[in-house]
Design a protein around this ligand. Structure first.
Ligand code: SF4
Length: 374
């Protein structure tokens, strides 16, 4: 828990959602399954939701700590507008405690410890338009913990015809789930392992709430979603665990949900494990395909496992090199050879950004955000 100085250093305070008052000026945050009970002048586990005077405030609101233009394949999303650009952003803080975090410089920092700019929701959209992006991704740290900002950006994005993407650990309560995901077009959810032991020891959370969120996504939303499993040598790469993870996906989410096995590199508190050997990802992919999953990818390595092939006639459909799309043979979302429909969102329903809006975005970026180099 952090002290009151967090609040004093933050210019704009935005009252949070998903909290209730408790005796003694405490608050209960029920945005994620941690259910923090936060004393006055303190913040929750995620650092960026803090109690000031018996009210909960979202310190990440309008204060992104990282903004960048990425290919959509980097999220990773392979069945959502392939080859398009996505305006990607994150804040400080996180609600998980992963020892292997690759963005720990922001995720393990308080709001006042990271360099951030004040960017209100409508200006995020203008920066995305200015950079010819079709979508905005909430990523780098856990976007659930700045859900208020996410929702307001989504409203502005929809008005401008942009898509929105959550890249999330799936650690969210049902109380907040629909409030956020009903505004989202696509998501990539990390399923970091398939044992409670890993979740408890290595991420300081629990497995079941993540599985619940995947079920809600499948059964209660129209969000296009894919799953990522980062494979860490000796911690979550046992063949039996991979088989159980794939069987669970098949039985509960169906064979069409894309699954990405990605390679780990030593980072943060997990420096004593080696990089994931490519053979581990190849073996995991074989297990998943044998289990019956149709779209299984390998990431963070150069591999033929990055391509999309038709599961019916095996025609190569989308050829990728790392995050680059080199060839896309899909015809209106169908295999050009056998005509099979390939699940995903293959064309932007919103079309091209109107020239007038683009000019307005250029002018705003020049006058207010020239220091961001975006
Ligand atoms: S969102 Fe943050 S403050 Fe709220 S319960 Fe989760 S970790 Fe705690």
């Amino acid at each position: 828990m952090q002290g009151l100085k967090i609040l004093q250093k933050t210019a704009e305070l935005h009252e949070a959602r998903w909290w209730e008052a408790e005796p003694g000026n405490k608050v209960h945050c029920y945005l994620c399954p941690r259910h923090c009970h936060i004393g006055e002048g303190q913040a929750g586990f995620c650092y960026i939701r803090a109690n000031e005077g018996g009210k909960l405030y979202s310190l990440g609101y309008a204060h992104p700590a990282a903004m960048q233009i990425d290919p959509i394949e980097k999220k990773p999303l392979n069945h959502f507008l392939p080859g398009t650009r996505v305006f990607s952003m994150g804040t400080a803080g996180c609600n998980m405690g992963c020892f292997f975090c690759q963005n720990w410089d922001i995720s393990k920092s308080r709001a006042d410890q990271v360099g951030s700019s004040y960017v209100p929701p409508e200006d995020v959209v203008l920066l995305a338009i200015r950079n010819h992006c079709d979508s905005i991704a909430f990523t780098y740290n856990e976007p659930t913990i700045w859900g208020e900002y996410v929702i307001d950006i989504c409203h502005a994005a929809k008005e401008a015809g942009l898509n929105t993407v959550m890249v999330s650990n799936g650690y969210i309560t049902y109380d907040a789930f629909h409030d956020i995901y009903d505004h989202i077009d696509a998501a990539n959810i990390d399923l970091k392992a398939f044992t409670e032991k890993f979740y408890g020891k290595i991420t300081l959370t629990h497995l079941q709430p993540v599985l619940d969120a995947l079920l809600w996504l499948k059964n209660e939303t129209n969000v296009w979603f894919e799953i990522t499993n980062l494979m860490i040598p000796t911690l979550n790469d046992a063949a039996e665990e991979t088989r159980e993870l794939c069987d669970w996906i098949l039985q509960n989410l169906g064979p069409a949900v894309p699954l990405h096995f990605t390679a780990f590199h030593p980072d943060f508190k997990l420096q004593d494990k080696p990089r994931t050997p490519p053979e581990t990802l190849h073996a995991a992919r074989r297990i998943a395909l044998q289990a019956g999953l149709r779209y299984v990818y390998e990431g963070n390595i150069y591999s033929d496992g990055a391509h999309t092939s038709c599961p019916h006639c095996n025609t190569l459909l989308v050829k990728r090199s790392w995050h680059d799309v080199q060839l896309n043979r899909l015809q209106d979302g169908h295999c050009p050879k056998c005509g099979a429909r390939i699940p995903g969102r293959w064309a932007n329903p919103h079309g091209k950004t109107p020239q007038k809006l683009y000019q307005h975005a250029q002018a705003t970026a020049r006058s207010k955000y020239s220091h961001l180099n975006l």
